[in-house]
Structures are given as structure tokens and as C-alpha cells.
Design a protein around this ligand. Sequence first.
Ligand code: ATP
Length: 322
Amino acid sequence: MIEVQNLTKRYGENAAIRGVSFVARPGQVTGFLGPNGAGKTTTMRILTGFMPPSDGKATVAGYDVFEQSMEVRKRVGYLPENVPLYRDMTARDYLMYIAEIRGVRNRRARADEVLARVGLSSRADSRIRTLSKGMKQRVGLAQALVHNPPVLILDEPTIGLDPIQVLELRDVVRDLGHDHTVLFSTHILSEAEQVCDNVIIINQGEIVAEGSPAALRGQLERGGRIITRVSGDLNKALSVMRAVSGVADAELGMDGIVATPAPGADPRGAIAQALVGAGIGLVELRPLAINLEEIFLELTRQETHEPEPEAITETSDEEMSS
Ligand code: ATP
């Protein structure tokens, strides 16, 4: 379990993260999703006990990351953005070496166990320099596992890998999520959707949303646009829909008529009734599918377009409504 309360980290005048709070639970992969510079690495470095926060509190496996950082390090496996690997060692020798540094007994057996866990048993005797980038990254993951920590913190582990290597690594991470608390950072939205049970979205040092990918989608679908497919006269259907109370606007889209509800309204029932009442065949009526990418854009747009009090001008009002 990772519990973070009101964490702030300042570098001089600037705060890299501000008032960050979240929980990552055992048996789950928690996604830490945000664009470059959002504060993901800063948060992860604090959680691994390598850097103190300026303010706030965090515990990992029940230990305070600042007060009990040695206890935390024993219980955390960390895969940093760039893991230093000894290129001339074999994968097994490297892992046995890391196991020795971390005081692990039965080093050879443990090295072989973690190689199996990341799907690299067949390359145990290969020198690291001969491995593909994806395999090297899996050796990096294996070093994070070698001391059998309950918590794994993985900083953008799929960056720079080719698409097949990305899929293989995601599979390994999903599998590790079953018996670890995994915090997995990424700036790739579809990746968070595919790998994570729970997603925390961070932007400009602050958490802007949190939930399962499905819950985040649901949050934006409420009050979100509705797509309707009809049989018959499209233009008539369009004017019928525009007249429905609770519909702010309706327009022809690629797959049907897209209606935007008035704030707080759910006009789905009224749309169906009005169309059928006007003799138009209703083929389908559903919320417009929205993916995590759109959710992310929506949430970060709200953040970045928030005008400064002194900056409210006609231009920014137009930008807000466009
Ligand atoms: P990336 O994917 O680019 O690493 P990130 O989400 O991990 O992004 P951080 O590396 O945590 O973001 O950086 C957050 C902010 O803190 C950025 O604005 C960065 O410039 C700043 N920052 C990070 N480390 C330092 C440092 N040592 N000194 C000063 N500013 C820093």
C-alpha cells in the first residue's frame, strides 16, 4: 500500500508537486498519468525514500518515506527512467550482484526466479549488452524485484521500446500487479487504460482526476454528448432533436446526430420520445464513446485554460467558450 497525503516538493521558488494525495492499493496497478514535467518522477523519487518532500507525508508498506527511509527501501522495488545495467555481465550475474548488495540469501535461486517472472529465463546466461532494449528493460524490472518487495514503483518503463516490446512489458506489469502494489507512471493515455486498475491524473504538479478508467469515462459521459442513429428524414430528425428541452445543440456527425445536453440535463428519454412521436425510426441512442485520451485532454484543458484573475479579457472568454 502507498498512502500519500498533501505532498509538496519545492525546487527553490517553484513547486514541482503541490498538495498531492492518493492511495495505491495492493493487488492493483495504479497508473500515474501525466505529460512531461507533470511531477511524476519527483513524486516517485520521494516515495522510494531517495528525496525528502518539502511538505506533507507519505507511507509505503506502512513506513514513513522520510522518517523510516531504510525500511521503505527494503520494501520498494524501483525501476527509474534510466536504470544503470552492467553491460558486460550476464543477466543472471547482474541480478546475483544486486541480490548481494540488498542482502538477499540464495542469490542464484532468486536471480533465476525473477528472470522467470519477467520472461527472461532463456537469456539468463546472455551478456546484457547482447539483449534487445525490451529485454534490458525487463532485466531492470527483475532488479527491482530481486529483494521481493511488496511495492513496485516503475517510472515510464515502456519509454523507447518498440511496439512488440511494449506489449510484452505491459503483460509483465499487469501480472506483477496481481501480487504487488504497483505504481506505474506513463504519459501514454491508452497505456494507462490498458494496464491500470486505477488511474491518477497529474498535471502541472497537481492531481486533476482519479478513478478506474471506466469511472473516469463515466464521469465525463454524464452530461456528455449523445449520439443518435435514425432511419428516415435526417433533417427532420435534426430539427426535432433541437426542439427537445434539455438539448443545447444537435448536429450531424459521422455516425449519426450528435446532441449536446444543456448543463445538468439528461435528455435521452425525451429525445427517444420526440423522435418516435414524430414518426422517425430510432435505431440507436447512446453516449458518445470517450476514451481516456479525451478525458485527459478535457481535464487538462480545464486546468490550463483557467484564466488568471488579472488576465480575464475578451480574448480569454472567447478561448474558454471555443
Ligand atoms: P518527465 O516525464 O519529463 O520526467 P515528470 O512528470 O516526471 O516528467 P518531474 O521530472 O517530476 O516531471 O518534474 C516536475 C517539475 O519539476 C518540472 O517542471 C521539472 O522541471 C522540475 N524539476 C524536476 N527536478 C528538478 C530539480 N532537480 N531542480 C529543479 N527543478 C526540477
